[in-house]
Every structure is written in structure tokens, then in C-alpha cells.
Design a protein around this ligand. Structure first.
Ligand code: ACO
Length: 402
């Protein structure tokens, strides 16, 4: 709830709204969510139609520029991104300097933060050409960096891009192919990956996007702002949930708990155990993205011949939750993360890669939101107030008297 406080003598009345559950931080034309009805639209287009018919770069263009691209606009956008896929040699050495086993989200955030040291001409947040260049550079390099994050865990070298392929197709090739291998891409997997990235591309003022905006509101450059977004995403209550879901399913499979015992722990709130991948601040009905992912989980697993017992456990948990009073009363439904990890796992990604994949998908949304904020004349530096509850004024006690 909201507490209206008049404790602050200097500002008069302020609202205290922990978690900002009832505070709109901005006006935005990018993404519409109706949490009660489970509706999600990017720039007015229903997520179901975009997931069915468009590609990730088309959606990125839509989010960033406001309209679906014409064929010529999409070609030129794709070309510009492709041309920037390679990373500088020094940057590659920087990437490989992290200890093996370091979490890929830490490396990803550091990498994006360090990127502009190589491209100072793209830094000025108020120069439209610099912002356009930074946009293209980030979308290009994050694909390369993310494929590297996967390869680094296997001591495999970074691969050169193949400009003739699409963004997602070449991402999968750069991630999974061996040097000099003739890579045959699988259209079912490319389409599934494309859809997952589209589903993650924006979600209005969530924790990471709000972070991007608040960092940018100090006129920090685009790289610094989205790197902060990556860090915000890393937490298990946000993007890190997709990895946490797999850990939870694995622990049930390995017999630590049966499904029933686990659910009992969740409902008794034992040691803060939550059903990961369930619940959402805004959706109080089925997350429309989860519905799409669930439909595709089967198709992908079938295609890969990867019958996964974890999918059965996940379905079992969902079945119990959908008719259990605890979850029904609190309107807790599966969110986008509940089934995505199972698809990524079947494709060959390790759980630590799931959140970087979320970041790869969310990048166009962060960029679009940052750009909208920077061009909004209403934007002010983000600076919330507080209600001070500490001691009133007291006299200093010298050290020797304490
Ligand atoms: N399992 C069990 N109980 C839950 C869960 C859950 N996953 N989520 C919420 N609850 C309960 C809370 O304990 C609380 O119960 P109470 O009323 O008895 O105190 C009630 O539901 C409301 O929960 P809040 O934490 O107040 O809801 P909030 O909107 O702040 O949290 C969040 C939303 C963080 C997503 C939460 O549902 C959660 O922790 N889910 C699990 C993590 C997860 O899947 N995160 C991914 C979110 S989607 C994304 O980032 C793409």
C-alpha cells in the first residue's frame, strides 16, 4: 500500500511506495501491458502476432524506431549490425582475461561497460548520429560477446561471423559450431531462438529497464546505462529466475524433495523458498509470453529428440499450482522464465547462459527506453526522496568516551 507521509519538513507531503508498485516513473509509447487480462503489445502490435510472423531484428527496429521497418530499412539495419560483428583484438583479450567459471553475467556487464572505450565517437548521448552508432554497435557486439560466453566455458575460440546469415542463425552458428565446420542450421531451432528473443525484447518499466532509465537520467551514455540494466537483470527475482528454475527442477529430480514436499515448503514459506518462474508484479493472470514458450517447448524438445524429465516435473508443478488455493488466491501463474530454460538447455546452453540470453533479447527494449527518455523534454534526473526514520539530532561522543 501507499503511505502518505508528511514527515519531511522540506518537501511537505511525499508518497512512500516500496517497490514502486503504484508509481509511474514516466510516460512511454513503447510497450503496453494489461496484467489482469494477460495482454502484451509492442508499439501496439500483439506479442502473439510478432512472435508468429516477425524476426528479432524486425522487432528490435520496431521498438527502437517506433514502426515496423520496410524491407529496405530492415536490410540496411541488418547490414549495419552485421558489419560491426567483429570485436577489436584488445577487447577479445580483455574478454578472455576473466577466470574460467566466472559467471557470464558478470563478464557480460563488464564487457558492455568497457565497449565504448574502443568507440569514443559513439558516446555523446545528445548526438543522434552517435546514439544511432552506439545502438548498432551494442546490438552487434552483444551477439558476439554472448556466443563467446558460451565458448569460453569450453575453452573454444571465438568464431568469425558469416555475414550471409541472419542475426539469430549466425548467433547459433557462432555459439555452437566448430572452427572450419560446415554449419547446417536447423530452421526449427533458429525460429525457436528468434521467438524467445522477441518475447524478451521489452517489458516496460521492470527492474532492469527502470535501472537503465535512472542511470541514463544523469546523462550517462547508452553503454553505461544498459550495462547497469544487465546487472539489475542478474538477480534471481528478475532475469536470474530462468537459471533458478532449472536449479529448482534439478533438485526435485535428484530426489532432494518430491514435488509435493517442495510445494509444501513453498506454501509454508520455509527459508524463503519460492516456486521460481511463478508470479509477476504486473501479470495477475497467465503471462502471455509463458503461454507461447510452453507451446514451443514440446516442439523444440521433439525436434532435438531430447525427452526431458524436467519438463514433466515443470508441468506437474504447474498443474498443482493452478488448482492450489495458495497460488490461486495470490494470482501466481507461470511467468516467461518457467519454461524458457528447458528450451535453452535442450539447445545445448548451460544454465549459467540463460540470463545472458535474456539480456541479449532485452537489449533492444533497454535501448528503445533509453532513447525515448533522452528525447523526452519532461525527463529529469531520477532522484526519489525518502522518509527518514533514524535518530533525531544527537551530540557527538569523542572516541575515548565510547
Ligand atoms: N512462490 C511462492 N510464493 C510467491 C511467489 C512464488 N514464486 N511469488 C509471490 N509469492 C507470494 C509472496 O510470498 C506473497 O505472499 P503473501 O501475500 O502471503 O506475503 C505474495 O505472493 C505476493 O508476492 P510479492 O513478493 O509481494 O509480489 P511481487 O510483485 O513483489 O513479486 C516476483 C513479484 C518478484 C516476480 C515474485 O513473484 C517472485 O519472487 N517470483 C519468483 C521469481 C521469478 O520467477 N522471477 C521472475 C519474474 S519475471 C521476469 O523477471 C521476467
Amino acid at each position: 500500500g501507499i503511505v502518505v507521509s508528511s514527515l519531511l519538513r522540506d518537501t511537505g507531503m511525499v508518497t512512500v511506495d516500496p517497490g514502486f508498485t503504484n508509481t509511474a516513473s514516466c510516460e512511454s509509447e513503447i510497450t503496453y501491458i494489461d496484467g489482469d487480462q494477460g495482454i502484451l503489445r509492442y508499439r501496439g502490435y500483439p506479442i502473439e502476432q510478432l512472435a508468429d510472423s516477425s524476426t528479432f531484428l524486425e522487432v528490435a527496429y520496431l521498438l527502437i524506431h517506433g514502426e515496423l521497418p520496410t524491407p529496405a530499412e530492415l536490410e540496411s539495419f541488418t547490414d549495419r549490425i552485421n558489419r560491426h560483428t567483429l570485436v577489436p583484438e584488445g577487447f577479445r583479450a580483455f574478454l578472455s582475461s576473466f577466470p574460467r567459471g566466472g559467471h557470464p553475467m558478470s563478464i557480460l556487464a563488464s564487457a558492455v561497460n568497457a565497449l565504448p572505450t574502443y568507440y569514443p565517437e559513439s558516446l555523446d548521448p545528445h548526438d543522434p548520429e552517435a546514439v544511432e552508432l552506439a545502438t548498432v554497435l551494442i546490438l552487434a557486439k552483444i551477439r558476439t560477446i554472448t556466443s563467446y560466453l558460451h565458448r569460453a566455458t569450453r575453452d573454444e575460440p571465438l568464431l568469425y561471423p558469416d555475414y550471409a546469415r541472419g542475426y539469430v542463425d549466425d548467433f547459433l552458428r557462432m555459439t555452437f559450431s566448430r572452427p572450419y565446420e560446415q554449419w547446417e542450421s536447423d530452421p526449427v531451432l533458429v525460429a525457436a531462438m528468434d521467438k524467445l528473443l522477441i518475447l524478451h525484447a521489452d517489458h516496460e518499466q521492470n527492474c532492469s529497464t527502470s535501472t537503465v532509465r535512472i542511470v541514463g537520467s544523469s546523462n550517462a551514455n547508452l553503454y553505461s546505462s544498459v550495462a547497469a540494466g544487465i546487472n539489475a537483470l542478474s538477480g534471481p527475482s528478475h532475469g536470474g529466475a530462468n537459471e533458478a528454475v532449472l536449479t529448482m527442477l534439478e533438485s526435485i529430480r535428484s530426489g532432494d524433495d518430491s514435488v509435493e514436499t517442495f510445494m509444501k515448503k513453498v506454501k509454508n514459506k520455509e527459508a524463503g523458498v519460492r516456486l521460481m518462474g511463478f508470479g509477476h508484479r504486473v501479470y495477475k493472470s497467465y503471462d502471455p509470453r509463458a503461454a507461447i514458450v510452453k507451446k514451443h517447448a514440446d516442439a523444440v524438445l521433439d525436434r532435438l529428440g531430447a525427452k526431458d524429465e524436467l519438463l514433466d516435473i515443470a508441468r506437474g508443478l504447474e498443474e498443482i499450482a493452478l488448482r492450489d488455493d495458495y497460488f490461486v488466491e495470490r494470482k501466481l501463474y507461470p511467468n516467461v522464465d518457467f519454461y524458457t530454460g528447458l528450451i535453452y538447455k535442450a539447445m545445448g546452453f548451460s544454465p549459467a547462459m540463460f540470463t545472458p540470453l535474456f539480456a541479449l533479447g532485452r537489449m533492444p527494449g533497454w535501448i528503445a527506453q533509453w532513447r525515448e527518455m533522452m528525447s523526452d523534454p519532461q525527463t529529469k534526473i531520477g532522484r526519489p526522496r525518502q522518509v527518514y526514520t533514524g535518530p533525531t539530532e544527537r551530540a557527538y561522543t569523542p572516541l575515548e568516551q565510547r
